[in-house]
Design a protein around this ligand. Structure first.
Ligand SMILES: [Zn+2]
Length: 273
Protein backbone atom coordinates (compact mmCIF):
# COMPACT_ATOMS: atom_id res chain seq x y z
CA UNK A 1 0.00 0.00 0.00
CA UNK A 2 1.18 3.48 -0.90
CA UNK A 3 0.37 6.56 1.16
CA UNK A 4 0.16 9.88 -0.59
CA UNK A 5 2.03 12.59 1.28
CA UNK A 6 3.11 16.12 0.44
CA UNK A 7 5.82 18.62 1.32
CA UNK A 8 4.49 20.96 4.05
CA UNK A 9 7.13 23.59 3.19
CA UNK A 10 6.12 23.76 -0.48
CA UNK A 11 2.48 23.91 0.65
CA UNK A 12 3.36 26.72 3.02
CA UNK A 13 5.05 28.79 0.31
CA UNK A 14 2.20 28.16 -2.12
CA UNK A 15 -0.36 29.15 0.52
CA UNK A 16 1.59 32.27 1.38
CA UNK A 17 1.81 33.35 -2.24
CA UNK A 18 -1.87 32.72 -2.91
CA UNK A 19 -2.89 34.41 0.32
CA UNK A 20 -0.95 37.51 -0.56
CA UNK A 21 -2.84 37.55 -3.85
CA UNK A 22 -6.12 37.40 -1.91
CA UNK A 23 -7.39 33.88 -2.63
CA UNK A 24 -8.75 31.68 0.15
CA UNK A 25 -9.24 28.32 -1.54
CA UNK A 26 -6.48 27.13 -3.77
CA UNK A 27 -5.41 24.20 -5.84
CA UNK A 28 -1.69 24.06 -6.26
CA UNK A 29 0.78 21.87 -8.03
CA UNK A 30 3.22 20.51 -5.56
CA UNK A 31 4.89 17.18 -5.84
CA UNK A 32 3.15 14.40 -3.95
CA UNK A 33 5.57 12.17 -2.13
CA UNK A 34 4.60 8.59 -1.53
CA UNK A 35 5.58 6.18 1.21
CA UNK A 36 4.78 2.76 2.63
CA UNK A 37 2.79 2.84 5.87
CA UNK A 38 4.88 3.02 9.02
CA UNK A 39 3.88 1.89 12.49
CA UNK A 40 4.13 5.28 14.19
CA UNK A 41 2.38 7.23 11.41
CA UNK A 42 5.25 9.71 11.04
CA UNK A 43 7.03 10.25 7.74
CA UNK A 44 10.09 12.23 6.77
CA UNK A 45 9.42 13.88 3.42
CA UNK A 46 12.25 14.97 1.11
CA UNK A 47 10.96 17.04 -1.80
CA UNK A 48 12.52 18.14 -5.11
CA UNK A 49 13.19 21.61 -3.64
CA UNK A 50 15.42 19.93 -1.02
CA UNK A 51 13.07 20.60 1.90
CA UNK A 52 13.03 17.99 4.66
CA UNK A 53 9.87 17.94 6.76
CA UNK A 54 7.61 15.67 8.76
CA UNK A 55 4.14 14.56 7.74
CA UNK A 56 1.85 12.68 10.11
CA UNK A 57 -0.97 10.42 9.02
CA UNK A 58 -4.06 11.28 11.04
CA UNK A 59 -5.77 7.87 11.13
CA UNK A 60 -6.25 5.20 13.77
CA UNK A 61 -4.64 1.82 13.21
CA UNK A 62 -7.68 -0.22 12.24
CA UNK A 63 -8.66 2.21 9.47
CA UNK A 64 -5.27 1.82 7.80
CA UNK A 65 -5.07 -1.93 8.37
CA UNK A 66 -8.41 -2.39 6.64
CA UNK A 67 -7.20 -0.29 3.68
CA UNK A 68 -4.06 -2.43 3.56
CA UNK A 69 -6.28 -5.51 3.29
CA UNK A 70 -8.14 -3.93 0.35
CA UNK A 71 -4.85 -3.04 -1.32
CA UNK A 72 -3.59 -6.60 -0.86
CA UNK A 73 -6.68 -7.88 -2.68
CA UNK A 74 -6.20 -5.40 -5.53
CA UNK A 75 -2.60 -6.60 -5.84
CA UNK A 76 -3.59 -10.27 -5.86
CA UNK A 77 -2.63 -11.35 -2.32
CA UNK A 78 -5.82 -12.73 -0.71
CA UNK A 79 -3.93 -14.44 2.11
CA UNK A 80 -2.32 -11.15 3.17
CA UNK A 81 -5.72 -9.47 2.85
CA UNK A 82 -7.24 -11.91 5.37
CA UNK A 83 -4.35 -11.23 7.72
CA UNK A 84 -4.81 -7.43 7.47
CA UNK A 85 -8.60 -7.66 7.87
CA UNK A 86 -8.06 -9.80 10.98
CA UNK A 87 -5.63 -7.28 12.46
CA UNK A 88 -8.02 -4.43 11.59
CA UNK A 89 -10.81 -6.15 13.51
CA UNK A 90 -8.60 -6.81 16.54
CA UNK A 91 -7.42 -3.21 16.64
CA UNK A 92 -11.05 -2.13 16.24
CA UNK A 93 -11.96 -4.17 19.35
CA UNK A 94 -9.29 -2.24 21.23
CA UNK A 95 -10.55 1.09 19.89
CA UNK A 96 -14.16 0.24 20.80
CA UNK A 97 -13.10 -0.78 24.30
CA UNK A 98 -11.35 2.58 24.80
CA UNK A 99 -14.47 4.46 23.68
CA UNK A 100 -16.58 2.39 26.11
CA UNK A 101 -14.22 3.00 29.04
CA UNK A 102 -14.17 6.72 28.23
CA UNK A 103 -17.98 6.66 28.19
CA UNK A 104 -17.93 5.18 31.71
CA UNK A 105 -15.54 7.95 32.82
CA UNK A 106 -12.60 5.59 33.41
CA UNK A 107 -9.39 7.67 33.55
CA UNK A 108 -7.33 7.00 30.39
CA UNK A 109 -4.22 6.04 32.36
CA UNK A 110 -6.21 3.32 34.18
CA UNK A 111 -7.67 2.10 30.88
CA UNK A 112 -4.16 1.94 29.38
CA UNK A 113 -2.86 -0.12 32.32
CA UNK A 114 -5.83 -2.48 32.05
CA UNK A 115 -5.36 -2.96 28.30
CA UNK A 116 -1.68 -3.70 28.78
CA UNK A 117 -2.67 -6.83 30.73
CA UNK A 118 -4.39 -8.27 27.63
CA UNK A 119 -2.33 -6.62 24.89
CA UNK A 120 -0.59 -9.81 23.76
CA UNK A 121 -3.58 -12.17 23.76
CA UNK A 122 -6.26 -11.78 21.11
CA UNK A 123 -8.76 -14.09 22.86
CA UNK A 124 -8.62 -11.95 26.00
CA UNK A 125 -9.10 -8.84 23.88
CA UNK A 126 -12.21 -10.40 22.39
CA UNK A 127 -13.49 -10.89 25.96
CA UNK A 128 -12.79 -7.23 26.72
CA UNK A 129 -14.73 -6.20 23.61
CA UNK A 130 -17.73 -8.39 24.45
CA UNK A 131 -17.93 -6.96 27.98
CA UNK A 132 -17.48 -3.39 26.74
CA UNK A 133 -20.32 -3.96 24.26
CA UNK A 134 -22.58 -5.39 26.96
CA UNK A 135 -21.95 -2.49 29.33
CA UNK A 136 -22.44 0.10 26.62
CA UNK A 137 -25.44 -1.27 24.72
CA UNK A 138 -26.93 -3.90 27.13
CA UNK A 139 -26.58 -6.38 24.27
CA UNK A 140 -23.92 -8.85 23.22
CA UNK A 141 -22.12 -7.22 20.27
CA UNK A 142 -22.08 -8.91 16.84
CA UNK A 143 -19.11 -11.24 16.47
CA UNK A 144 -17.54 -13.41 13.79
CA UNK A 145 -19.34 -16.73 13.39
CA UNK A 146 -17.20 -19.45 15.11
CA UNK A 147 -18.21 -22.08 12.52
CA UNK A 148 -17.55 -19.88 9.52
CA UNK A 149 -15.35 -16.77 9.68
CA UNK A 150 -13.40 -17.82 12.78
CA UNK A 151 -12.74 -21.28 11.33
CA UNK A 152 -11.72 -19.77 7.99
CA UNK A 153 -9.46 -17.14 9.57
CA UNK A 154 -7.67 -19.72 11.76
CA UNK A 155 -7.22 -21.96 8.77
CA UNK A 156 -5.58 -19.09 6.83
CA UNK A 157 -3.53 -17.54 9.64
CA UNK A 158 -2.46 -20.70 11.50
CA UNK A 159 -3.06 -23.51 9.02
CA UNK A 160 -1.36 -22.00 5.99
CA UNK A 161 -4.53 -22.26 3.89
CA UNK A 162 -4.33 -20.20 0.70
CA UNK A 163 -7.76 -18.62 0.18
CA UNK A 164 -9.28 -17.61 -3.14
CA UNK A 165 -9.91 -13.92 -3.78
CA UNK A 166 -13.65 -14.52 -3.39
CA UNK A 167 -13.18 -16.14 0.03
CA UNK A 168 -11.01 -13.23 1.19
CA UNK A 169 -13.57 -10.72 -0.13
CA UNK A 170 -16.40 -12.52 1.70
CA UNK A 171 -14.38 -12.49 4.93
CA UNK A 172 -13.55 -8.80 4.46
CA UNK A 173 -17.24 -8.01 3.89
CA UNK A 174 -18.19 -9.57 7.24
CA UNK A 175 -15.40 -7.67 9.06
CA UNK A 176 -16.35 -4.41 7.33
CA UNK A 177 -20.02 -4.81 8.24
CA UNK A 178 -19.17 -5.62 11.83
CA UNK A 179 -16.89 -2.59 12.24
CA UNK A 180 -19.24 -0.18 10.44
CA UNK A 181 -22.29 -1.34 12.43
CA UNK A 182 -20.41 -0.94 15.72
CA UNK A 183 -19.12 2.49 14.67
CA UNK A 184 -22.69 3.55 13.88
CA UNK A 185 -23.71 2.46 17.40
CA UNK A 186 -20.84 4.43 18.94
CA UNK A 187 -21.77 7.52 16.91
CA UNK A 188 -25.26 7.35 18.43
CA UNK A 189 -24.45 6.33 22.01
CA UNK A 190 -21.08 7.95 22.68
CA UNK A 191 -20.25 10.52 19.98
CA UNK A 192 -18.14 12.72 22.25
CA UNK A 193 -16.07 9.81 23.59
CA UNK A 194 -15.73 8.42 20.05
CA UNK A 195 -14.08 11.60 18.80
CA UNK A 196 -11.97 12.06 21.93
CA UNK A 197 -10.68 8.48 21.67
CA UNK A 198 -9.89 8.97 17.99
CA UNK A 199 -7.90 12.07 18.76
CA UNK A 200 -6.09 10.35 21.59
CA UNK A 201 -5.11 7.29 19.55
CA UNK A 202 -4.30 8.98 16.24
CA UNK A 203 -0.60 9.85 15.83
CA UNK A 204 -1.50 13.39 14.64
CA UNK A 205 -0.30 16.29 16.74
CA UNK A 206 -2.82 17.35 19.35
CA UNK A 207 -3.70 20.89 18.39
CA UNK A 208 -5.17 23.67 20.43
CA UNK A 209 -8.42 24.80 18.81
CA UNK A 210 -7.57 27.82 16.72
CA UNK A 211 -9.33 31.09 17.49
CA UNK A 212 -11.41 32.26 14.52
CA UNK A 213 -10.04 35.55 13.28
CA UNK A 214 -6.36 35.22 13.88
CA UNK A 215 -3.96 37.30 11.91
CA UNK A 216 -1.64 34.98 10.04
CA UNK A 217 2.01 35.40 10.73
CA UNK A 218 4.03 34.06 7.83
CA UNK A 219 7.29 32.78 9.18
CA UNK A 220 9.54 31.12 6.60
CA UNK A 221 11.98 29.95 9.26
CA UNK A 222 9.31 28.10 11.21
CA UNK A 223 9.40 24.30 11.30
CA UNK A 224 6.57 23.29 8.96
CA UNK A 225 4.86 19.99 9.50
CA UNK A 226 1.90 18.47 7.70
CA UNK A 227 -0.98 16.14 8.43
CA UNK A 228 -2.85 13.91 6.01
CA UNK A 229 -5.98 11.86 6.57
CA UNK A 230 -6.63 8.75 4.51
CA UNK A 231 -10.32 8.20 3.78
CA UNK A 232 -11.03 4.56 4.53
CA UNK A 233 -13.82 2.02 4.01
CA UNK A 234 -14.13 1.79 7.80
CA UNK A 235 -13.84 5.43 8.78
CA UNK A 236 -14.52 6.84 12.25
CA UNK A 237 -14.84 10.51 11.34
CA UNK A 238 -16.04 10.33 7.73
CA UNK A 239 -18.69 7.61 7.51
CA UNK A 240 -20.09 6.76 4.10
CA UNK A 241 -23.55 8.29 3.82
CA UNK A 242 -24.00 9.16 0.15
CA UNK A 243 -24.47 6.57 -2.59
CA UNK A 244 -22.03 8.44 -4.85
CA UNK A 245 -19.28 8.18 -2.22
CA UNK A 246 -16.56 6.05 -3.81
CA UNK A 247 -16.38 4.03 -0.59
CA UNK A 248 -20.03 3.02 -0.83
CA UNK A 249 -20.75 -0.72 -0.93
CA UNK A 250 -18.75 -3.78 0.09
CA UNK A 251 -15.14 -4.87 -0.25
CA UNK A 252 -15.20 -5.51 -4.01
CA UNK A 253 -16.77 -2.07 -4.58
CA UNK A 254 -13.63 -0.44 -3.15
CA UNK A 255 -11.23 -1.68 -5.82
CA UNK A 256 -12.08 1.04 -8.34
CA UNK A 257 -11.39 3.72 -5.72
CA UNK A 258 -8.08 2.15 -4.73
CA UNK A 259 -6.90 1.98 -8.34
CA UNK A 260 -8.00 5.58 -8.89
CA UNK A 261 -6.10 6.70 -5.78
CA UNK A 262 -2.92 5.31 -7.32
CA UNK A 263 -3.20 7.68 -10.30
CA UNK A 264 -1.19 10.93 -10.26
CA UNK A 265 -2.91 13.61 -8.18
CA UNK A 266 -3.00 17.33 -7.73
CA UNK A 267 -3.04 18.70 -4.21
CA UNK A 268 -6.03 20.75 -3.14
CA UNK A 269 -5.02 23.01 -0.36
CA UNK A 270 -7.76 24.50 1.77
CA UNK A 271 -6.59 27.57 3.52
CA UNK A 272 -8.65 27.61 6.71
CA UNK A 273 -7.24 30.78 8.19
ZN1 LIG B 1 9.15 21.18 -0.61
Amino acid sequence: MILRLFCPKCAYYAAKEKHQKGSSQIAIDISMQVSRPSDDGKYEVHCAAAHVSTVTVDNVKFELLFEMGLNALVDGYPREAVSSFTSALERFYEFYWHVATAFHSIPTEQADVAWKAVAKKSERQLGMFVTAGLLLTKQCPDLLNPNQEVKFRNNVIHGGYIPTADEAIAFGDVVMQLINDSLATLRTLAPKELMATYERLSPAEKKEPRAKSVEIIWNDAEDHTGTVNILSAVDVRHPVTAKDDLRHGGVADQFKRILRDREPHRLNLLDKH
